[in-house]
Design a protein around this ligand. Sequence first.
Ligand SMILES: Nc1ncnc2c1ncn2[C@@H]1O[C@H](COP(=O)(O)OP(=O)(O)OP(=O)(O)O)[C@@H](O)[C@H]1O
Ligand SMILES: [Mg+2]
Length: 314
Amino acid sequence: MSVHTMEQAPAAKTFGATVLEASGVTMRFGGLTAVNNVDLTVHEGEIMGLIGPNGAGKTTFFNCLTGMYKPTEGEVKFLGTILPPKPRAVVKAGMARTFQNIRLFGNMTALENVMVGRYCRTNALALTSIIRGPKYRREEAESRRIAQELLDFVGLGHTAEHLARNLPYGDQRRLEIARALATDPKLILLDEPTAGMNPKETQQAKDLIFRIRDKGLAVVVIEHDMRFIFSLCDRVHCLVRGETLIEGSPQEVQSDHRVIEAYIGQPDADEEELVAEAHAHDHEPHTQPAQAAQPAPAPQAAQSPSDVIKEGQA
Ligand SMILES: Nc1ncnc2c1ncn2[C@@H]1O[C@H](COP(=O)(O)OP(=O)(O)OP(=O)(O)O)[C@@H](O)[C@H]1O
Ligand SMILES: [Mg+2]
């Protein structure tokens, strides 16, 4: 099996308008430059992967995009407008995210957690909420209906009345996605959505992200599981020590020497050979469509690009 027989994202397609355009984003903490001059453009209907070793600056970059940090330099344009570095304004503009460390309201039900996400889209004023007049009740009923639909969409419809803290870990991650979707975003940023998931849950998460993309949203996803990233994303952007190492198709990124080195250090002679072979296959015609259609083995825990390439040779 060559690297090409891996399960891949659907064939190249055209994407919609530019949703996100981050340019020259730099974030310094004192003497540490966590993100250095990073550009990222994402289009409607596109799934962009953001990879890089621990501490590469992935989450810090998300924090810059979502207004949690004001970048030291650079700008973030969303739907053609430079966003103020304020999380509420960013959410209202249509950018939603999930967190590497799950942030749910543990003592609220799953449904209530999703309803919280709706609040940025409701018009009820504080006073109407206190009086609980007809306008408030209408909006509350509508929020409840939409929240239940979103729970169904992520496969958690049956957990609506469960306390968030009692849900299994994988369900909590999906609940965070439902809450992010409740803000009615055009772009969703997912920070390690499959961390702690078993292979079946990881596959379900992948299907869910494809369904989110099919609704026309743009997706940026941070993950360490390379099989997941390379079979999900249209493009992949690799950060190392805060800087862009490469951005390209999954095929380009997974066979790039520097990406492998960034994850596991300098390649040994065997790896050099494997990578050379992977490149050689790049120029071969695809002559084994039946084999290519075979399902990929169940995903493992986090894999380095070289793991993927090695499996490709097995
Ligand atoms: N608020 C902060 N203050 C100071 N340093 C920070 C802060 N946030 C992040 N850093 C540093 O910035 C660097 C990048 O961290 P970041 O969390 O963005 O990496 P990451 O790529 O998301 O890593 P991981 O894969 O482990 O989640 C690290 O050296 C980290 O210690
Ligand atoms: Mg992180």
